[in-house]
Design a protein around this ligand. Structure first.
Ligand code: C2E
Ligand code: CA
Ligand code: CA
Length: 583
C-alpha cells in the first residue's frame, strides 16, 4: 500500500530539548517501509547543512497519512531516544531497526506540540528544582550558621568558647604585630566555685556562671572578647591594651563580683583570681599567652591576690626561670649571696636599734638582684629552705660578732614557713644559736602572716618550741593575710610588723590609717611590740609615734646596708644616738 509521505529533517538539541524542523526536504510519495534508504540519503544531505551546529543530533522524520512517524536516528543517540519516550502523551514507540523508531499516532505538528509541552514541562521542573535548590541552600546555610554558632559558643552563657577565642586572638595578634600595638589576655577563675556547686547544686551554680558572665561583659568594651573556657574559667581578649591598662580592667572585673549574688533565695559571694599576659612581651602566639595567663592566674590564686601579671620567674616551664634557679642554687652553695641590714629604731629612748637581715644576690651577669625577684621563685621551687638556713647561719654569726664587738644588737631574719614544715626545725635553730653562743632573745624570726595561716597547726607546734629557746617571733607584713590578731597571739608571737603598704598609704587613705591605728592598739592590748615598716618621711614617723608605735623601720632612718656600712652606722648611733633632724 502506497501512502503519501512527508519527510522532515529534525535537528535535535538536548539542552534544552529542542526540535527544530530544519528542512522540509521533500514531499513525495513512498511506500512506507521502503523509505528508509531514501530517508537516510536525505538525512545525509541535511547533516551537511548542519555540520556547524554543535551538540545537535540529526533525525530524519517521515510522516505518513496514518499519523505514523518513522524516525531515523542519524547519530546513534541513546539520550535522544529516551527523551522521545518521555513525551507527554507518550507515543507508541517501536524500534524498527537499530537506528529507526516508529512513533504511531502522531503527526509532525503534533510531535512538535508535544515537544513544546515537554520543553515547558522541563522548564517548569528546572524552575522547581532551582527554587528547591535555593530553599535547601538557604536552609543549609542557616543550619551551618547555627551549627557554627553552637560549635563556637558556650551553651550556658552564649559567650564565645575556647576555639573561638583562639581564632579571634590569632587574628588580633596578626594585626597587632603589623600595626605595633599591644594586646592582653586575661584568664579569670572563680574562687571556691566548687563549694557553691557542691553545696547548692548545679542549677544555682549555672545561674551564678550566667550572672558572672553578664557582670564581666559590662566591664569590657565591645571590641574586646569575653569567653568561657569551661567550668568556672573565663577569659578576656583586650585589644590595643597594655599590661598596665589591663590591670585597671582586672580591678573592674574583681569589683564587679563584690556585690553579692541573689540566686534561688540564697545570697552568695564569689571571688576571682585573674592572670594577665601581654602581647608581645609574654608570648608571640595565642597558646603561649593563654598558658602563661594560666600560670599567672594560679600564682594570684595561691597568693590570694585578685590578679597577677605573668612573671617568667614564677613559671616552672620558662627557660629563664630554670636558668636563674640553677644560678641561685649555685649562689647558695658557692657564696654568691650577701646579707644587708636595715635598722629598726625605738621611737622613745636611746636603746640600740635592732637590725633586719635582708638578702642580696649579686648575679655574675645580671648584677645585683633584689629579693622580690627571686624569693617567690625560691619559695615555689623549694630552694627557699637551704637559702633560709644559709641566712640563719650568716645572720646569727654576724649578730654574735657584733655582740662580741660591744654592739649588742638584735637581728631579725625572714624565716620562710617552708622551714616550719621540717621535722627538726627547732633543733636546727637551737643548734645554730648554741654554736655561735648567741645571747637569749637576740634572734627574731619574722614569719609572714599568710604563711602561718597556710598550716596553723604545724606553725603553732614549732613556735611553741621556738619560744622555749628564747627566740622571738615577729608577724611580718601584718594586715595582708586576713588573720585575726587573737589567733596570732595564741601562737606565742612577740612582735607585729605592720605592712609597709598601710604605713605608706596612711596619709592618703583614711582606711589605711584606721588599720594602722587599730593594729597598734590591739597589739598593745595583747602585750605585743609593734614595728611600723616603710617609714620614708618625718610625717609618717610623727604619726606612728603619736599612735604609740614603739619601733620604726624605713628609708627615713636608713636603707638596708652591707655589713661594714651598717657597722659604722651602729657605731655612730651608739655614740651620738639618732639625730632625726640630720636626716
Ligand atoms: P620585708 O620582709 O617586708 O622587708 C622589708 C622590705 O622593705 C625590704 O625590701 C626593704 O628594703 C624595704 N623597705 C624598707 N624600708 C622601706 C621604705 O621606707 N620604703 C620602701 N619602699 N621600702 C622599704 P627588700 O630587701 O627588697 O626585700 C623584699 C622582701 O623580700 C622582704 O620584704 C622579704 O619578704 C623578702 N626577703 C628579703 N630578704 C629575705 C630573706 O633573707 N629571706 C626571705 N625568706 N625573704 C627575704
Ligand atoms: Ca621582714
Ligand atoms: Ca615586712
Amino acid at each position: 500500500m502506497k501512502t503519501s509521505e512527508h519527510i522532515f529533517t529534525l535537528c535535535v538539541e538536548q539542552q534544552p530539548l529542542q526540535i527544530i524542523i530544519y528542512h522540509k526536504v521533500l514531499r513525495l510519495a513512498l511506500a512506507f517501509g521502503s523509505s528508509d534508504e531514501h530517508a537516510e540519503e536525505i538525512a545525509e544531505s541535511a547533516s551537511q547543512h548542519l555540520q556547524n551546529r554543535q551538540n545537535a543530533s540529526l533525525l530524519c522524520a517521515i510522516e505518513n497519512e496514518k499519523e505514523q512517524i518513522s524516525l531515523i536516528i542519524s547519530d546513534q543517540h541513546e539520550e535522544i531516544w529516551q527523551e522521545f519516550c518521555k513525551l507527554p502523551s507518550y507515543p507508541d514507540c517501536t524500534t524498527i531497526k537499530e537506528q529507526q523508531l516508529l512513533l504511531t499516532g502522531l503527526s509532525i505538528p503534533g510531535l512538535l506540540q508535544q515537544m513544546q509541552q515537554r520543553q515547558n514541562e522541563l522548564q517548569q521542573q528546572r524552575n522547581d528544582l532551582r527554587q528547591e535548590t535555593e530553599r535547601l541552600t538557604a536552609k543549609i546555610l542557616h543550619t551551618n550558621m547555627a551549627m557554627e554558632h553552637q560549635a563556637m559558643h558556650d551553651k550556658l552563657t552564649s559567650l564565645p568558647n575556647r576555639p573561638l577565642l583562639i581564632e579571634r586572638a590569632t587574628h588580633a595578634l596578626q594585626i597587632a604585630k603589623r600595626q605595633h600595638f599591644n594586646c592582653c589576655l586575661l584568664v579569670m577563675d572563680l574562687n571556691d566555685f566548687k563549694d557553691i556547686n557542691d553545696a547548692l547544686g548545679h542549677q544555682i551554680g549555672d545561674l551564678m556562671l550566667q550572672e558572672v558572665a553578664s557582670r564581666f561583659k559590662h566591664c569590657l568594651r565591645n571590641s574586646d572578647t569575653l569567653a568561657r573556657l569551661g567550668g568556672d574559667e573565663f577569659a578576656a581578649l583586650l585589644l590595643n591594651t597594655n599590661a598596665e591598662q589591663a590591670q585597671v580592667v582586672a580591678k573592674k572585673l574583681h569589683k564587679a563580683l563584690l556585690q553579692p549574688f541573689e540566686l534561688g533565695g540564697n545570697t552568695l559571694s564569689v571571688g576571682i583570681s585573674i592572670g594577665i599576659t601581654e602581647f608581645p612581651e609574654h608570648g608571640e602566639d595565642v597558646l603561649s599567652l593563654l598558658r602563661r595567663a594560666d600560670v599567672a592566674m594560679y600564682h594570684a590564686k595561691h597568693k590570694k591576690l585578685s590578679y597577677s601579671i605573668y612573671n617568667p620567674l614564677l613559671d616552672e616551664h620558662s627557660i629563664e626561670r630554670l636558668a636563674l634557679l640553677n644560678d641561685l642554687n649555685h649562689a647558695i652553695k658557692e657564696g654568691g649571696l650577701e646579707l644587708y641590714y636595715q635598722p629598726q629604731v625605738l621611737t622613745a629612748g636611746d636603746g640600740l636599734p635592732s637590725l633586719e637581715a635582708l638578702i642580696r644576690w649579686t648575679h655574675p651577669q645580671k648584677g645585683l638582684v633584689f629579693p622580690d625577684r627571686f624569693i617567690p621563685m625560691a619559695e615555689d621551687s623549694g630552694l627557699i629552705t637551704p637559702m633560709t638556713w644559709w641566712v640563719m647561719e650568716t645572720a646569727v654569726a654576724q649578730c654574735a660578732a657584733w655582740h662580741k664587738a660591744g654592739l649588742p644588737v638584735n637581728v631579725s631574719i625572714n624565716f620562710s614557713a617552708h622551714c616550719l614544715q621540717e621535722t627538726d626545725v627547732a633543733e636546727r635553730v637551737e643548734e645554730c644559736i648554741k654554736r655561735h653562743a648567741l645571747p637569749d632573745n637576740a634572734l627574731v624570726l619574722e614569719i609572714t602572716e599568710s604563711m602561718i595561716m597556710e598550716d596553723p597547726h604545724q606553725a603553732s607546734t614549732v613556735l611553741l618550741k621556738i619560744d622555749a629557746m628564747k627566740v622571738d617571733v615577729a608577724i611580718d607584713d601584718f594586715g595582708t593575710g586576713h588573720s585575726s590578731l587573737a589567733y596570732l597571739k595564741h601562737l606565742l608571737v612577740d612582735e607585729l610588723k605592720i605592712d609597709r603598704s598601710f604605713v605608706m598609704g596612711m596619709h592618703e587613705h583614711d582606711n589605711d590609717e584606721i588599720i594602722v591605728r587599730t593594729a597598734i592598739n590591739m597589739a598593745h592590748s595583747m602585750g605585743l611590740r609593734v614595728v611600723g615598716e616603710g617609714v620614708e618621711d618625718r610625717k609618717s614617723w610623727d604619726a606612728l609615734t603619736a599612735m604609740g608605735c614603739e619601733r620604726i623601720q624605713g628609708y627615713f632612718i636608713s636603707r638596708p646596708l652591707p655589713v661594714d656600712q651598717i657597722t659604722r652606722w651602729l657605731e655612730a648611733f651608739s655614740q651620738d644616738g639618732l639625730k632625726l633632724d640630720d636626716i
